[in-house]
Ligand binder design. Structure first.
Ligand code: ACM
Ligand code: ZN
Length: 809
């Protein structure tokens, strides 16, 4: 790896150009400037109206190359241009790009073996270059283009860079006639910092078809991502055909959702798997399958319960979290099953690796299982200060599977729990719980792929949770990912080469449709691409942010539903219902610098609507509609904010016989909507002093059983300390104040409320009613959290959990 390249970046050159440009503007009289501007915006060439798009300005190559020197002039694509390549593999790459270029430009770029005088793109292998196997040299001048690399993969990346030197519309699948297909003269020497630049996709929790996967592979290849980690099995579904075990397809590939519908059967046939592997290979992406063991195996155990410790029938899991049932480590049949499965899987993939999972394996069943305990005894595994005997049994399990895979010429990757109880020297560790696992493994001499949750788990929010689709929680902005450094300083210098690279993980619990998956992946994956390709000293977030404007247009050409920053309320949680007494002022910002436009007459904001510049003040009822606009003129979804003038709702007379705290009424069974409780007699009633006393909160590691379900209605009074406008937030089904429904989360996943509301309340007691139901929506059981309500006055920037002292005593 060349860690000390000499670089002349284009930032310097570009600034020089800007200065020149500035001088010219000052020099010319204003009217001629306007004429010039008009001409530069609409230039007529070859009978087409050429529009200079702001996002196509400058150099936009992403990930940014190691060395780039800008030259004079430009090369223009046309029907006269040819590829020159001799090698058969390179010819394939040439025709891959010729096809792409034909779609967008209409030009038919043929391939030939001899060089013409000019107008050609030369693709050439050269074993003597001083770059790594994925690197390339690219030279563009007005006469010709030359791409050299040691290996075909380098040629492929050189061509991707060339595509990125063209206007973003080069990625279009339809012919585009409003851009000039010019490529600026440059000299580039480039190679990746890391050889592992990966994306993991979880297709167990929510499945996607192979067309969706191919679409992602097309796009990931643009950014030189080279590993696709396919998470094929988990508690919630088995997704790969195994001919020897048909019940995996009949039973394990579907589940009955909490809502009652059947999800699936969804799985890939072996033919489809091979098709994806071949498709990825054409794009120089290696596919690494993950078959989870010994935990995350409920889907298998539902079809083959004899492989669990209890042998009892269980259902494919329909809630998220971690299950207690795992493969029995004392049963030889477990190993036979897994070896049979892997024997069928190995020939389908070309990677040297098989990922065996290894994460979050609870040891509860193993502790009570005679077979597992017999195995512990037989192996002489002992509990000591570092590890339990069961942790050592997990290590035995993983190492036994590894030996099997090594016998088949495969290496294993496992999540960082495979360190617990002992790690074999040949295992590669995926560090997810943080960086510590990766640091320990690298210092022990094991290879490591960094994918720490805080930086690279793209199942988190990209902006304010109040206005974005539900996720698992936490905030991970584009900028935070971009700032991640994959080599922690705690790794000894002579062990740093064990960091193979980095990967973002797309867990799909909360991604209910393919569009949701794209919203989470893009554009954040582009930050991963740059941090794993570009040496850290050449990274520059501001410039990356600029280039992302161009990259977003490339994503448009592939019809990708990427995240567009929404207008968020500044310095307070966003809310779509704003009550006020005299007037209210709203201030907005976005997670990336983008324009915002708005209307106040109920109409949809368009490109010509008023641009948001300064805080907006309202003194009468208004519907504010606001959205963001990208430099490409693509607009975000609209936020509709109801702004309502209110008077303070008066307090209620507290009855003299009121008991302190809240009355809790419990109703057994599954209840899907609040109105189903109307007229029902509660199964139990009690008076509680605190919300945490509400019966039946279970923690996320525990299964939920039907008879345990408690629906709860809480009634009483809250004490409002002063006349004010208050904001309420809850994950309960409903919140009522003074006999009126304030918040309804009906039909919503009960996480990170997106239905907050404000209301003007006078000082004193107010009636409150909270309804929490047992209904599982979107895989999230409300019973996994205690009933919560949070409140803030309009002067406070953050919500606080409503204190028990607020409930009238
Ligand atoms: C994981 O996120 N459980 C690897
Ligand atoms: Zn067992």
């Amino acid at each position: 790896m060349d860690r000390n390249p000499k670089i002349i970046t284009y930032f310097y050159k570009k600034n020089q150009l800007n200065l020149l440009f500035m001088k010219k503007i000052i020099f010319f009289p204003m009217c001629s400037f306007l004429i010039l501007l008009f001409l530069s915006c609409n230039t007529k060439t070859e009978n087409k109206i050429v529009e200079n798009k702001p996002y196509n300005e400058g150099i936009n190559i992403t990930p940014t190359p190691q060395e780039l020197i800008e030259g004079e002039g430009q090369f223009t694509l046309s029907d006269n241009v040819v590829f020159v390549s001799e090698n058969e593999e390179i010819n394939k790459i040439a025709s891959f790009f010729a096809d792409k270029i034909k779609y967008s430009t209409g030009y038919n770029i043929k391939n030939q073996q001899t060089k013409p005088n000019k107008n050609f793109i030369n693709l050439e292998l050269n074993a003597d270059l001083s770059i790594n196997d994925e690197g390339y040299l690219l030279e563009v001048n007005p006469e010709m283009i030359n791409i050299q690399a040691k290996k075909p993969q380098g040629i492929f990346y050189g061509m991707q860079t060339l595509m990125q030197l063209l206007p973003a519309e080069i990625e279009s699948t339809k012919e585009i006639n409003y851009v000039n297909w010019n490529i600026p003269s440059v000299k580039i020497k480039d190679q990746p910092r890391f050889h592992y630049r990966g994306v993991m996709l979880d297709v167990s929790r929510h499945f996607v078809d192979i067309e969706f996967i191919k679409k992602q592979l097309d796009v990931l290849a643009i950014f030189k991502i080279n590993k696709f980690h396919w998470h094929l099995t988990d508690d919630q579904g088995w997704r790969i055909e195994i001919k020897k075990y048909p019940k995996l397809m009949e039973i394990s590939s579907k589940r009955i959702e909490g809502e009652g519908n059947t999800y699936g059967p969804y799985y890939y046939t072996q033919e489809q798997i091979k098709e994806v592997v071949a498709y990825a290979k054409e794009r120089f992406i290696e596919v690494i399958p993950e078959i989870e063991l010994p935990g995350h195996s409920v889907a298998t155990l539902s079809a083959y319960p004899e492989l669990s410790c209890t042998g009892k029938t269980i259902e494919v899991r329909n809630i998220w979290g971690v299950a207690t049932d795992v493969y029995c480590a004392g049963n030889e049949d477990t190993f036979k099953f897994l070896e049979d499965v892997l024997t069928e899987i190995i020939p389908l993939f070309e990677s040297d690796y098989i990922h065996i999972g290894g994460d979050e394996c609870l040891k509860i069943r193993w502790k009570d299982c005679p077979k597992c305990q017999a195995r512990i005894k037989e192996l002489g595994l002992k509990t000591d200060k570092d590890h339990s005997a069961e942790a050592r049994l997990q290590s035995y399990f993983v190492q036994r599977m590894e030996k099997f895979l090594i016998s088949k010429n495969k290496k294993i990757i496992g999540w960082d729990e495979i360190l617990e109880g002992g790690l074999s020297p040949s295992a590669t560790v995926m560090s997810w719980q943080g960086e510590e696992g990766g640091i320990a493994a690298a210092n022990m001499g094991n290879d490591v792929i960094m994918t720490p949750g805080n930086w690279l788990y793209i199942d988190k929010y990209q902006g304010d949770s109040k206005i974005n689709p539900v996720t698992i929680g936490g905030l991970l902005t584009l900028e935070k990912i971009y700032g991640y450094e994959p080599i922690p300083v705690k790794i000894d210098e002579n062990k740093r080469h064990h960091i193979l690279g980095a990967q973002v993980n797309m867990w799909n619990e909360y991604n209910y449709k393919p569009d949701d998956i794209e919203y989470d992946i893009y554009p954040r994956v582009i930050a991963l691409a740059e941090l794993s390709w570009t040496p850290s000293e050449h990274k520059n977030y501001k410039d990356f942010e600029r280039r992302i404007d161009n990259q977003r247009v490339r994503l448009d050409m592939h019809n990708i539903n990427y995240y567009i920053p929404l207008p968020e309320q500044k310095s307070e949680p966003s809310c779509n219902f704003i009550a006020f007494i005299d007037s209210t002022t709203l201030e907005f910002n976005t997670t990336e610098p983008v324009k915002m436009v708005f209307t106040t007459d109920g109409s949809e904001p368009t490109l010509t609507s008023t641009v948001y510049k300064t805080p907006l003040t309202f003194d009468k009822n208004t519907t504010l509609k606001i959205r963001s606009v990208l430099p490409s003129n693509k607009m975000s979804n609209i936020r509709t904010i109801s702004i309502e003038k209110q008077t303070y709702a008066p307090p209620i007379d507290k009855p003299s016989n009121h008991k302190p705290g809240l009355k809790a009424e419990y109703y057994k069974g599954i209840v899907t909507k609040a109105s189903d409780l109307d007229g029902k007699i509660p199964d139990e009633t009690e008076q509680i002093a605190s919300l945490i006393e509400v019966k039946h909160k279970v923690n996320g590691y525990t299964e939920i059983f039907e008879n345990d379900y408690y629906n709860t209605v809480l009634t009483g009074y809250i004490n409002i300390p002063a006349d004010n406008v208050y904001y309420f937030s809850t994950e309960a089904e409903e919140l009522w104040l003074d006999g009126k429904l304030l918040i309804s989360n009906a039909g919503e996943v009960k996480r990170f409320s997106r239905a907050d509301k404000s209301i003007a309340l006078a000082k004193g007691p107010h009636l409150i009613k909270i309804i929490r139901l047992s209904n599982i929506i979107g895989g999230w059981p409300p019973l996994w959290e205690s009933v919560n309500i949070s409140i803030r006055s309009e002067n406070e920037p953050v919500f606080k959990n409503m204190m028990d002292s607020s409930f009238f005593k």
